[in-house]
Design a protein around this ligand. Structure first.
Ligand SMILES: [Fe+2]
Length: 254
């Protein structure tokens, strides 16, 4: 298994293309960027490649009891790299930040204090009947909390994978640029937006190569940060207009 590292955009319940690509290319690792929504427990969906799989969760992974259970109670639950750094077989250090920012907890684009630092604190303000597994509401299992962010911020990594997009994206967050920078990450890969915009004119300024991977898309990225699209995202073409918006947006900024 000395093939490429594959970064897989939001599968939303479909995994066969990931298994096929991993086997055909002899992938050394497969990293899924959130919104998995497995219809069966994740270790069953990904049985054929389970030894090579890592993932972060997305916002939709807490939409239903089934989604939550198929991930957090799966035998692959320990492969969730949210809030930590793992070392892949080729030595690449990959950090993960799953979930999304939510205003009811913390929304870094708005300059107000976070309402809760972590899930434990939030749960103390959550009525018993609204708690999931005696913690916060199930929805907030996929919310990003400041303590988790700050813990990650103290670690070092080569690659940072997030569900949310970093600042280059119109719907992204500058604070993820700061995170990549302080972790020393030279590559940032995200899902969630279902597009794959070219942000290369930002790389020098932001200090890392940023890549989006589209809906059910797959991109291989090497240690130097060079990307090869293996499977285009299902909406990449349809969302191509976002590239023009991104370019206009950048012109307005400068
Ligand atoms: Fe998402």
């Amino acid at each position: 298994m000395n093939g490429p590292i594959l970064y897989c955009g939001d599968p939303h319940g479909k995994f066969s293309h990931i298994i096929d690509a991993a086997n055909e290319l002899n992938a050394s690792a497969v990293i899924i960027l959130g919104d998995l929504e497995p219809k069966r427990p994740l270790h069953i969906e990904l049985e054929a490649i389970r030894e090579r799989v890592w993932f972060i969760h997305g916002n939709h992974d807490t939409d239903t009891e089934a989604n939550w259970t198929h991930i957090w109670e799966s035998e692959l639950a320990e492969r969730n790299i949210d809030g930590r750094v793992v070392i892949l077989p080729d030595g690449t250090r990959v950090a993960g930040l799953g979930g999304v920012f939510r205003e009811s907890v913390w929304y870094p684009s708005i300059p107000i204090e976070p309402k809760f630092r972590n899930r434990q604190e939030h749960s103390e303000f959550t009525p018993q009947q609204d708690r999931w597994r005696d913690l916060v509401h199930r929805r907030h299992w996929s919310t990003i909390y400041p303590d988790e962010f700050e813990n990650l911020n103290k670690l070092k990594a080569d690659v940072l994978v997030t569900h949310e997009a970093p600042g280059y994206h119109n719907h992204g967050f500058q604070i993820l640029n700061a995170l990549a920078s302080s972790m020393g990450a030279k590559i940032g890969v995200h899902g969630h937006q279902h597009d794959q915009l070219d942000s290369s004119d930002r790389w020098l300024e932001q200090g890392f190569n940023s890549y989006g991977v589209g809906l059910r898309g797959i991109t291989a990225i090497d240690a130097q940060g060079k990307a090869t699209v293996i499977v285009p995202g299902e909406l990449d073409e349809e969302r191509d207009h976002r590239q023009r918006y991104a370019d206009v947006f950048k012109d307005l900024e400068s």
